[in-house]
Design a protein around this ligand. Structure first.
Ligand SMILES: [Zn+2]
Length: 198
């Protein structure tokens, strides 16, 4: 087929940017979680918490996680991990929030540690602020764009491909279905078989 892929690429690019915008429009309100409904899904201690580990990168190797909890809401995931000798005496804490649906496209990390102890001194800020997750945003928008394209245009392309195949197998013009009877060019619409390497 000698059709240009430019229109297809343009449509996919438009869909991609529309989906990226939609992803951000869903994620941004989720960053304001105050007073919203979230459901606790896990609260682990000891070995189970240690196995989960810190939900995001720590500025330096931090002590082992002693408590780990997770909450979920629409377009929202909260993971909190603590470390300390007892649950009442935590020395390190990480609050990791992820925003977006179906994949997180924004996140933020808030850390607290014994900042006045030289052992834990770091230049990493305690609050990352809201960050864009480019990988999640690209993947989410790309998958949505392809899915929407398939729903909108997939049946049409399948149908035209099937019709093209049926006409060619019948020896008819692919363009207008006029019987070619071996003619190299369609006498009805001018379509040329040589245009169509198959
Ligand atoms: Zn024709």
């Amino acid at each position: 087929m000698r059709r240009s892929f430019l229109p297809l690429l343009l449509v996919l690019a438009l869909l991609f940017f529309a989906c990226a915008a939609a992803n951000l429009l869903v994620a941004i309100p989720a960053t304001n979680q105050h007073g919203k409904r979230t459901t606790p899904v896990a609260n682990l201690f000891g070995a189970e918490a240690a196995a989960k580990g810190w939900p995001a990168a720590t500025p330096m190797p931090w002590p082992i996680v002693t408590q780990w909890s997770a909450d979920r809401g629409f377009a929202y995931r909260l993971s909190v991990a603590w470390s300390g000798p007892t649950p009442d005496a935590t020395t390190h804490q990480m609050v990791f929030e992820e925003f977006g649906w179906p994949l997180p496209v924004l996140d933020s990390v808030r850390l607290s540690w014994p900042w006045d102890d030289p052992k834990w001194t770091t230049a990493v800020p305690p609050d990352s602020g809201i960050r864009v997750r480019w990988f999640g945003l690209t993947l989410s928008s790309g998958a949505m764009a392809v899915a929407i394209w398939l729903v909108l245009f997939g049946p049409f392309h399948l149908w035209t491909a099937a019709r093209r195949w049926r006409r060619r197998s019948m020896g008819a013009c692919v363009q207008c279905a006029y019987p070619l009877r071996g003619a190299p060019r369609c006498p009805e619409c001018g379509w040329a078989a040589s245009n169509q390497p198959s």
